[in-house]
Design a protein around this ligand. Structure first.
Ligand code: NOJ
Ligand code: CA
Length: 595
């Protein structure tokens, strides 16, 4: 063939290749364009504060804003950049502040607006940022809008919520169920109609199809942004737009109702409106809680050119160990290759493709403690808690630490229903009780999966109530505070806390941990999660032995020919690589740099 023919052939092949569809579900992480746009929120380490349980400054047993302010130096020393503050607005506290009765005021338990302003100034003074929880899928039934709405069918606020006539047999208008158990509809005698609540009865859903609702929400967002906050974590953002006509669940419905409720027909339109009317005017970060959003829908929320959100929280990992049961979720066995797959899939679908930026979290106030759930909170509590810190800080995507995980805090030893405070647990308990169901089985389940596990007070020291409060805490303190607490850990160079500081610092010092390629090696290995970050001459090898056994990890040929230098190890006496395998202790995590 002549040279010109070759040139034409190659050109045709290149054009053909560029035109091939890039399947969204493909799992190769380094195929299409890399996200090269840098942003402060991509480089940040975020720390979630659940204020009720963080620090009580006035001895009423409830954490508060002054308490958070007192601990800002602790957070600064940890190395975090952004604080996500769970809701602190006025609320009757049916769902610990996720039921808001006034978006413009501070919950009495938490203090005053002056306390908030002082906290925000304290955060900024320390060169950190603060994001607030935005809870606007629903309000409290004590919100003025709802109080008006329920008064009469022609009240100006009637359409702020979903009101419907009873179904044909006088029951609820459709078969939707609440996240917290029971029907998602509540009958209201005043007007003889039902209102919709996807969460507790006291959390009526706002009707986002009503432009007046959207405008009211946007106005309120401006109020907080104008105060100088740095962004929002958006509660159940994926549920704003409801399916047209609120249809029944289909027959033979698989039970995953979150997905049925999510991604309504106007969802993206509403989020774009929010972006253009509000968010685009500020340099802030947004992360949406994307309940029921699948991998192939995620880009709709976060692809940069769409101008909606910066990040979402996806729940595939949080769902890996349980499945829907008749009354509540039941445990499900999971394997490490499945666990890895979640990270590979989401990194690939979003970041590697440039269609968004991942957020990485292993627990929050709605989930059990990571070390009890995915680690070993008994003999390997310390190394497994440190291993999860390594995972968080070496993953591509913005890491979110949940308060107390940096101490290796564990699930709590709840005994009876009286130990629990969570409306979700209590409602379901009452439901099962009314049906004459197996309450012991339910309690056993909640001891493992209940949300209260992560809501016990922060363990600051070994004094009364773990130094959280001088009064009686609103929920039990985990008795292991005598040994697991911040003061003891600050004094111990090998503690979980000091390891967190080291690995956070390491992330900050190595931008490759933020932006570099992510490539899993030996995917099917049942014990070790191993991956390479970066490319070319700037590569890191991360090894996580997620098992109770020592492992001799054989380096695949592609990496064994290199010589690796151990940079961080969660045991003090880790070994540099020699030969083509690496000996790892139970729950050992190692980060190597290329020599
Ligand atoms: C998600 C929040 O994280 C959770 O705590 C709350 O109960 C529900 N949304 C309802 O607001
Ligand atoms: Ca208090």
């Amino acid at each position: 063939m002549k040279t010109t023919h070759w040139v034409i052939l190659i050109a045709v092949l290149l054009v053909w290749q560029a035109c091939q569809p890039k399947g969204r579900n493909s799992e190769s992480s380094n195929m299409v364009k890399q996200d090269s746009t840098h942003a402060w929120w991509k480089e940040a380490v975020v720390y979630e504060v659940y204020p009720r349980s963080f620090k009580d400054s006035n001895g009423d047993g409830i954490g508060d804003l002054k308490g958070v302010e007192q601990k800002l130096d602790y957070l600064k020393a940890l190395g975090v950049n952004v604080i996500w503050l769970c809701p602190i607005y006025s609320s009757p506290n049916v769902d610990n502040g996720y039921d808001i009765s006034d978006y413009y005021h501070i919950m009495k338990d938490f203090g005053t607006m002056a306390d908030f302003d002082s906290l925000l100034a304290g955060v900024h003074k320390r060169d950190m940022k603060l994001i607030m929880d935005l809870v606007v899928n629903h309000t409290s039934d004590q919100h003025r809008w709802f109080k008006e709405s329920r008064k009469s069918k022609n009240n100006p606020y009637r359409d702020f919520y979903f009101w419907r006539n009873p179904g044909p047999n006088g029951g609820p208008p459709n078969n939707w169920v609440s996240y917290f158990g029971g029907s998602a509809w509540q009958f209201d005698k005043t007007t003889e109609q039902y209102y919709l609540h996807l969460f507790a009865v006291e959390q009526p859903d706002l009707n986002w199809d009503n432009p007046a609702v959207r405008d009211s929400v946007f106005k309120m967002m401006h109020y907080w942004l104008d105060k100088g906050i740095d962004g929002f974590r958006m509660d159940v953002v994926s549920l704003y737009s409801k399916k047209k006509g609120l249809p029944d669940f289909p027959k033979n419905f698989d039970g995953n109702f979150a997905h049925f409720y999510a991604n309504g027909p106007h969802e993206q339109e509403y989020l774009k409106g929010m972006y253009h009317k509000v968010l685009s005017h500020y340099d802030v970060m947004t992360v949406g809680e994307a309940s029921g959003v699948h991998l192939d829908e995620a880009h709709l929320y976060v692809a940069p050119e769409r101008h909606e959100l910066d990040m979402i929280f996806q729940f595939e990992l949080m769902g890996i160990d349980h499945k829907p049961g008749p009354d509540y979720s039941l445990p499900k066995k999971w394997t490490l290759p499945e666990f890895k797959k979640v990270f590979i899939r989401w990194d690939s679908a979003l970041t590697a493709r440039g269609e968004g930026w991942n957020s990485v979290f292993l627990g929050n106030h709605d989930n059990p403690r990571v070390v009890s759930r995915f680690g070993n909170d008994k003999e390997y509590r310390v190394p497994s808690a440190k291993l999860f810190a390594t995972l968080l800080m070496t993953m591509r995507g913005t890491p979110y630490i949940y308060e107390g995980d940096e101490l290796g805090m564990t699930n709590a030893p709840f005994k009876t229903i009286h130990d629990f405070r969570d409306v979700a647990t209590i409602n379901r308990y009452n439901e099962i009780k009314a049906k004459g169901g197996d309450l012991e089985a339910f309690l056993a389940n909640q001891r493992e999966f209940g949300r209260d596990n992560s809501r016990t007070p922060m363990q600051w020291n070994d004094q009364g109530n773990a130094g959280f409060s001088t009064g009686k805490p609103w929920i039990m303190v985990n008795p292991n505070y005598k040994t697991i607490n911040a003061a003891a850990e600050e004094a111990d160079s090998e503690s979980v806390l000091n390891y967190y500081k080291r690995i956070i610092h390491f992330r900050h010092e190595h931008p490759t941990m933020v932006y570099g390629d992510f490539k899993v090696i030996d995917r099917s290995n049942p014990d070790v999660f191993a991956y390479i970050r970066g490319e070319g001459n700037d590569r890191y090898l991360v090894l996580l032995n997620m098992s109770n056994n020592p492992v001799d990890f054989a380096l695949p040929e592609s990496v064994s020919r290199k010589s690796w230098n151990l940079m961080i190890d969660n045991y003090e006496d880790g070994q540099s690589q020699s030969g083509s395998s690496i000996k790892m202790k139970p729950w050992e995590s190692m980060v190597y740099g290329e020599k």
